[in-house]
Ligand binder design. Structure first.
Ligand code: F0G
Length: 458
């Protein structure tokens, strides 16, 4: 018999986690205004709120921390990182930032102005926030297949080239600063973009004179899916695939908290010296001098090592197999999830779990609260709360999908934890008919409301 698959690492340091009672959780979530962001982390047993900045660093990364160079300007850590980014992505110019949204802020300050339109594949919420903050508009050009959770498609992150070309035809090129391709596409369920699609997006954009920018937070996971799903790539290394992916882009923003496997950090990388120079000024104002940009030298060192580790097949296989293991347990129990299973998370189709709950009562949020009550497991709503209100009409935006995202931190939990998560969700699913009402908003912020919204049980 074949041996079962297990993690390709052993554990050198542990952090205790508290297993609370249901009574404790009922009190805590009520006091948190039924917003899982308001819980204290010690009120959570298994934390699947995000895979961002929550990964476990390797011994090599911790060793690199100790040799970090904290010089204000020209630190060796900056050059370590610059050389790693150049080697992996091919980009000549690079600016460190303190995280991904900071990279967006700096780059978009150069690229975008009022009245612009920015096509892409389901822009992430901070990306959209930074676009809308500049009174520009994000246009979703994701393929329609992405919005049907039961449909099997290997690359649900792909851009629909017809939709993209329609944008290019409808608006003058000077109103379209760039197209943003998110790898993997978080908002549609951690779904990858194929190499073919990247190539075609580049060719089409070049024809209309539009720059291609990758939101690269999970670029390595995207490369893994290309290797295992796209013909012609099965024998290439992840690093070769990554290098090819970036040849079809003019620049990238990065949240290093994902596929950099560090707890904080981000960057911009580019081909254009002109944009680099303009962005450098914004970097200095918003982030810090261009050789640290809000990062400690030690953190840049750890990131340089993390980027290399994240682009190794053995690591990516263990990462994505763990997510798959959880997803397959849920599928076996009949729980509707976005398929194929995403790279960093399992996305539960909450509308299909709770079909009778009105959309005005925040379906995915209701499911998230139930899972927390059941097992102390914290997921996150990717639904109406996150979609926020239309900036013009102030009406609630009801997205195509109401998802509960269970994001798996990198190298943090074991297969046994996956069993606990699956069983807790199965328990909720088995009593779904008893969940008859959801929540209403008591107070909310004018933008990015999901972080601070206060809810009340209906
Ligand atoms: N782009 C994508 C695709 C992301 O998923 C995120 C963050 C960002 C940009 C912003 O990066 O957090 O470093 O400022 N996503 C986190 C998540 C928060 O939970 O998915 P950041």
């Amino acid at each position: 018999m074949n041996l079962p698959y297990a993690e390709p690492y052993k554990i050198k340091m542990v952090e205790p986690i508290y297993r609370s009672s249901r009574e404790e959780r009922e009190l805590w979530i009520k006091n948190a205004g039924y917003n899982l962001f308001n819980l204290r982390s010690n009120q959570v047993y298994i934390d699947l709120l995000t895979d961002s900045g929550t990964g476990a660093m390797s011994d090599s990364q911790w060793a690199a921390i100790m040799t970090g160079d904290e010089s204000y300007a020209g630190a060796s850590s900056y050059y370590n990182l610059k050389e790693t980014i150049k080697r992996l992505t091919g980009f000549e110019y690079f600016l460190p930032t303190h995280q991904g949204r900071a990279a967006e802020n700096v780059l978009f300050s150069v690229l975008m102005k009022e009245g612009n339109v920015v096509p892409g594949n389901s822009h992430f919420d901070t990306t959209k926030g930074h676009i809308e903050f500049r009174k520009a508009k994000a246009i979703d050009c994701t393929i329609d297949e992405a919005f049907n959770t039961t449909l099997q498609h290997p690359f649900k992150g792909n851009i629909d080239l017809n939709k993209l070309e329609n944008v290019y035809k409808e608006y003058p090129a000077e109103n379209i600063p760039c197209v943003i391709v998110t790898l993997t596409c978080n908002s549609s369920g951690g779904q990858p973009v194929s190499m073919q699609n990247l190539k075609e997006v580049k060719a089409l954009s070049e024809k209309y004179g539009i720059m291609v920018i990758y939101d690269s937070a999970r670029f390595a996971e995207n490369a893994y899916f290309i290797k295992v799903r796209e013909k012609g790539y099965e024998n290439k290394t992840i690093k070769e695939i990554v290098a090819e992916m970036f040849t079809y882009a003019d620049g990238m923003t990065m949240s290093s908290k994902k596929d950099g496997i560090v707890n904080i950090g981000g960057f911009i990388a580019l081909n254009s010296e002109k944009i680099f120079k303009e962005a450098s000024t914004f970097n200095i104002i918003f982030e810090g001098f261009i050789t640290y940009g809000g990062m400690a030298g030690r953190d840049m060192n750890a990131l340089a090592v993390g980027l290399d580790e994240a682009t190794e097949f053995v690591y990516l296989e263990s990462r994505i197999k763990q997510v798959e293991y959880l997803g397959e347990k849920l599928i076996a129990a009949g729980i509707p999830i976005q398929q194929p299973i995403g790279g960093h998370a399992v996305f539960v189709d909450a509308k299909r779990v709770l079909p009778n709950l009105p959309k005005e009562q925040y379906v995915a949020q209701t499911l998230a609260i139930e899972l927390y009550l059941e097992g102390g497991i914290r997921g996150v709503e990717i639904g109406t709360l996150l979609a926020d209100r239309d900036p013009e009409t102030r009406e609630n935006r009801y997205p195509n999908l109401e998802l509960l995202r269970l994001a798996i931190p990198r190298r943090v939990y074991t297969y046994r934890h996956m069993d606990v998560i699956a069983q807790a969700l199965i328990n909720v699913y088995n009593r779904r008919d008893s969940i008859k009402s959801g929540y209403k908003i008591v107070s909310e912020a004018p933008i990015m409301r999901h972080f601070t919204v206060q809810l009340e049980k209906i």
